[in-house]
Structures are given as structure tokens and as C-alpha cells.
Design a protein around this ligand. Structure first.
Ligand code: ZN
Length: 195
């Protein structure tokens, strides 16, 4: 799937928002991509996740692992495309990401870690660490959208459907804060506000 087609799908679904946002990484930005707004349509989720899964074909992937919550639907569709099981990591009571619900990896099991959006890639990195700790072998990482425009460093082959360059700022250097524009913290809240 061409990046232009991905962009068209995101915009048609209203997943690209303009304003003043605090991203989950803590950085501020004038543009926010709310993947949940495109993934609410199962056919679009299947097309996007399938296109991402296609990039890992031929890598003998045995398992897909995603960080909850945003990564789960993407992981599900990547797993469907590759015909392999799909599990997720989530925060435990101490706030640490962990494999729960009886999810396990076999020693040496070949896994890809996928999620919806990379800004700093922190959730994917954390998930990679958990998979390795559990004995799995991470053979690739993927996201629907790479907001870093390909600038992130990965120790494994990394694939994104679209690389976009949206400036983001630390709060202290944010021009939108300086202009006094009210800030929105998206996430689960955001979807409810726009519903
Ligand atoms: Zn700001």
C-alpha cells in the first residue's frame, strides 16, 4: 500500500486532528493522529493492518505482540494477515508493562512487535524488552504511522506504513504554549470528546 493511500484513509476517517495536544510521550504538538478513529472501521483496520503484516511476510514470524491498548487492534490484523497468534502486553498493578492473562512465548519464538503510532517508539521498545525477557526473539517491529519520519533507531528491522514529519516539542519550548493556546490531552478521553 502506498503512503499516499494510507494518508487518504486516515484523513477520510477523520483520524488527523489539528489543535494543541500533549502526546503520550509528554511532548506537545499541533497535529495529532488518533488511530482509534480509523480503526473503528473493521474493514479499514483490516486493510491497514494487513498492509503492515505484508511487510513481515517471509520472515517466519510465529507470534505478534502489541502494547495495549492502542496496539491491540493493529496486532490483531497483522496476526490475521500472517496467520499467527497475537498477544499483548499491558500495565500491571505496579504500572509496569507485562505479559498477563497467561500469555507466554516459547524459547526462541520469532515475534514481531507492532503498534499504531511511533512518536518516540517507547512502548514498542518496552514491549521488545518484555518479549526478550520472556524468551522470545524479536525479528521485527512495525507501526501504522511513524511520526519520527524514520528518525528512530532500532536494533531490529523496523517497518511503518507511512512516515510523517509532524513537529513536536518539549513543553518548555512549545510555541503553542507560549501563545497560551489551551491544550488537549488526547488518548481514550479524546475519542469520547469527539464522539
Ligand atoms: Zn504546548
Amino acid at each position: 500500500m502506498e503512503a499516499s493511500e494510507v494518508q487518504q484513509i486516515l484523513e477520510r476517517a477523520g483520524a488527523v486532528r489539528h489543535g494543541h495536544f500533549e502526546l503520550s510521550s509528554g511532548r506537545h504538538s499541533a497535529t495529532y493522529v488518533q488511530c482509534a478513529l480509523v480503526l473503528q472501521y473493521p474493514d479499514l483496520a483490516e486493510r491497514l493492518g494487513g498492509a503492515l503484516g505484508e511487510k513481515f511476510r517471509g520472515m517466519d514470524v510465529e507470534c505478534v505482540v502489541s502494547p495495549a491498548l492502542g496496539g491491540i487492534l493493529v496486532g490483531h490484523e497483522v496476526g490475521r494477515k500472517l496467520g499467527v497468534r497475537t498477544i499483548f502486553v499491558e500495565r500491571d498493578s505496579s504500572g509496569q508493562m507485562a505479559l498477563r492473562r497467561g500469555f507466554e512465548l516459547r524459547r526462541g519464538e520469532r515475534a514481531v512487535v507492532v503498534e499504531d503510532v511511533w512518536t518516540t517508539g517507547g512502548s514498542t521498545r518496552e514491549t521488545i524488552g518484555i518479549v526478550e525477557q520472556a524468551g522470545g526473539r524479536v525479528v521485527g517491529a512495525g507501526a501504522l504511522i511513524d511520526r519520527s519520519a524514520g528518525k528512530l533507531d532500532w536494533d531490529v528491522p523496523a517497518k511503518a506504513l507511512i512516515e510523517i514529519s509532524i513537529p513536536s516539542y518539549e513543553a518548555f519550548e512549545c510555541p503553542l504554549c507560549r501563545r497560551g493556546e489551551p491544550i488537549t490531552k488526547p488518548g481514550s478521553h479524546f475519542a469520547r470528546l469527539s464522539a
